[in-house]
Ligand binder design. Structure first.
Ligand SMILES: Nc1ncnc2c1ncn2[C@@H]1O[C@H](COP(=O)(O)OP(=O)(O)OP(=O)(O)O)[C@@H](O)[C@H]1O
Ligand SMILES: [Mg+2]
Length: 303
């Protein structure tokens, strides 16, 4: 994240186009917002357009506006997003979903910095900074013929890639702390912390929904928690499964951690098989009841 923040700080004050790539939930919109808010255009409009959400026939007039009578139903002239964003920033979300026919027009506008409203004849100068985001692989789309190569080179001046959260171990820890702070404040539960088991599950999960999924999981856990700790049971069930599947034999774990991890698994399993009866579980494990108690405490297993 630090590398991305540095890049944002460097390019935000300039007017170069930025293309943000990343899976759903990695923070593309957040980066686009930051680029605008850290620029000199921050007091001017930030206009967002989702190219995937607007039908092809409406997108053109949304972008460039139209004159009165340009098409059936155009009873009044209307400004498009480009004119609305004049002086500010325009953010094209899901640019990979823009129809080919419009891509050519967009390219021309980006090159000339002027637009013509639908049904109009005069060119209108616009001063906009452009930011683009996509979850799609645009190089692949070019090969498939659904994205124009010339447009790609025009918008890919500064690429910002947001890797999936599962590849950003250190970010996960930082984000857990961040969201815990935010939501425990929001819900008046200051001082709330995360039990070692819950923390492990959070670190081991692969986050197909990326930061959005982590954020939602922490908010939910803060809401559900009743005491001063967040436990595995406060996390969505997909996280609980991760806790059970942690590989203790991984060579990445220091020996002592690996041994603890294995002990924890055996003890949890014995407790599960004996439906929580500690005397029976201890017998199953071939240890005394006293040793089991000690280990439960050491390993922070709260049954
Ligand atoms: N580095 C971060 N710090 C704090 N919050 C973050 C961070 N990255 C993402 N988020 C949060 O995660 C959520 C998803 O982020 P965002 O909407 O920007 O993702 P996206 O890449 O645009 O997703 P999609 O492709 O689904 O539109 C938002 O609530 C955002 O605030
Ligand atoms: Mg988005």
């Amino acid at each position: 994240m630090k590398a991305v923040f540095d890049l944002i700080n460097t390019v935000a004050p300039t007017d170069v186009p930025v293309l943000i790539r990343g899976e759903s939930g990695t923070g593309k919109e957040l980066v686009a917002n930051a680029l605008h808010n850290l620029s000199e255009r921050k007091d001017k409009p930030f206009i967002k357009i989702n190219c995937a959400a607007i039908p092809e026939n409406l997108l053109e007039s949304e972008l460039f506006g139209h004159e009165k009578g340009a098409f059936t139903g155009a009873v009044q002239a209307r400004k498009g997003k480009f004119e609305a964003a004049d002086g500010g920033t325009i953010f094209f979300d899901e640019i990979g979903d823009m129809p080919l026919s419009l891509q050519a027009k967009l390219l021309r506008v980006l090159e000339d910095q002027e637009i013509t409203r639908l049904g109009g004849y005069k060119s209108i100068k616009v001063d906009v900074r452009t930011i683009f985001a996509t979850a799609k692989d645009l190089k692949e789309a070019i090969k498939e013929g659904t994205f124009r190569e010339d447009l790609f080179y025009r918008i890919n001046v500064v690429p910002i890639h947001l890797p999936p959260l599962r590849e950003r171990g250190e970010d996960i820890t930082a984000l857990i702390e961040h969201f815990l702070k935010i939501f425990s404040q929001k819900y008046g539960k200051q001082g709330l912390d995360i039990s070692p088991d819950a923390y492990k599950s959070l670190l081991a999960y692969d986050y197909p929904g990326n930061v959005r999924e982590l954020k939602n999981a922490i908010e939910r856990a803060v809401l559900l928690s009743t005491g001063s700790h967040i436990h595995v049971t406060h996390l969505p069930s997909v996280f609980r499964k991760m806790a059970e599947d942690l590989p203790c034999i991984s060579e990445d774990l220091p020996l002592e951690e690996g041994v603890k991890c294995y002990e924890r698994q055996r003890i949890l399993k014995a407790l599960e098989q004996t439906k929580g009866k500690k005397i029976e579980a201890a017998a199953k494990l071939g240890i005394s009841r006293k040793v089991l108690w000690k280990k439960l405490k050491e390993l922070n297993i709260d049954i």
